[in-house]
Design a protein around this ligand. Structure first.
Ligand code: ATP
Ligand code: MG
Length: 283
């Protein structure tokens, strides 16, 4: 059987979460910092550790079958690859920001101005769409200091919390794109059984992350009210307790509406609510 290759970031913001995701899929490998390739001992897969900028091209050219990389890098490198799965980490936005003492409040005011960025392709397309003619200054890093140095009037850079912008006296002004880490594959090889198996494992880990396993006790008189509040994978399991007319209800709840549900469940008569993390959900 052909061994698959997946390219992930060697070090940086996506490395840890990419490694964690693959390990949570039950894949056994060493996270070597010094080597480029790490074999997986219990799945026909090799992990390639690369600069994130190189990942889309490696996948496009078929050197790697799969890759984990930010959407921003894919857009910037303009490669042709297939998206298999959004991964829910590495979330950030590419934003235009201006010095906070600046009078620029509308996009049109960027006409004739200079904007420093490491994302000239994405920014160029955005400005063209908006009908703005600005001078794009492509630099390779530390974009946020360029207005202070007099290099540019504005910047276009990735922002997650906005802390770096703020500490450099910049305010975000316009959203250019939002991004997160995604799983990509080579266009001509997305359908193999091995890839499908790996994608299924990844999806089961992602689903589990979004949900909690909940066990609660309830008197039979209140059981229907409690069940009405529970989504569950199919329907909740109901197990009798030693005490007459009391049951334990087992189910899963999406993390996002977790606290709302818990208070509603308590109001409906649920007691002794235990919440546990889930490792995998296989549908
Ligand atoms: P490499 O050495 O691999 O080229 P890098 O310095 O280009 O790394 P990182 O800063 O590690 O890249 O960021 C990797 C990815 O993390 C980005 O391309 C983006 O998708 C995502 N990301 C999430 N939040 C941020 C943020 N606040 N700033 C920059 N990137 C972010
Ligand atoms: Mg990079």
């Amino acid at each position: 059987m052909k061994t698959l290759k997946i390219a992930i970031q060697k070090s940086g913001r996506l490395n840890e979460k990419s490694v964690e995701l693959l390990k949570n899929c039950g894949l056994n490998f060493e996270n070597y910092k010094s080597s480029l390739i790490s074999p997986v001992s219990n799945f026909p897969l090799e992990i390639l550790f690369l600069r994130d900028d190189d990942i889309p091209e490696y996948v496009q050219d078929g050197i790697a079958d799969l890759g984990i990389v930010g959407e921003n890098v894919i857009e910037e490198t303009e490669v042709k690859v297939n998206y298999l799965q959004r991964l829910g980490f590495g979330k950030c936005s590419l934003k235009i920001a201006v010095p906070n003492n600046n009078s620029i409040t509308k996009l049109e005011q960027l006409n004739g101005k200079s904007i420093a960025t490491t994302y000239p392709v994405i920014l160029g397309k955005f400005l063209k769409n908006q009908g703005i003619q600005a001078d794009i200054r492509t630099i390779s890093g530390s974009v946020e200091i360029s207005p202070g140095l007099g290099l540019a009037d504005a910047i276009c850079d990735l922002v997650s919390t906005g802390g770096t912008l703020k500490s450099n006296g910049l305010v975000p002004f316009s959203d250019v794109m939002s991004s997160e880490a995604v799983l990509i594959c080579n266009e001509s090889n997305c359908e193999s059984d091995l890839i499908k198996e790996l994608v299924q494992r990844i999806q089961s880990v992602l689903r589990a992350k979004e949900t909690k396993y909940v066990v609660l006790n309830v008197h039979r008189d209140n059981l229907n009210d409690v069940i009405a509040l529970l989504p569950g994978v199919k329907s909740p399991s109901v197990v009798p307790l030693a005490e007459d007319n009391w049951v334990a209800v087992h189910t899963v709840i999406p993390e996002r509406d977790f606290w709302d549900r818990i208070s509603q469940l308590k109001q409906a008569g649920a007691q002794g609510i235990v919440v546990m993390p889930i490792e995998k959900i296989i549908l």
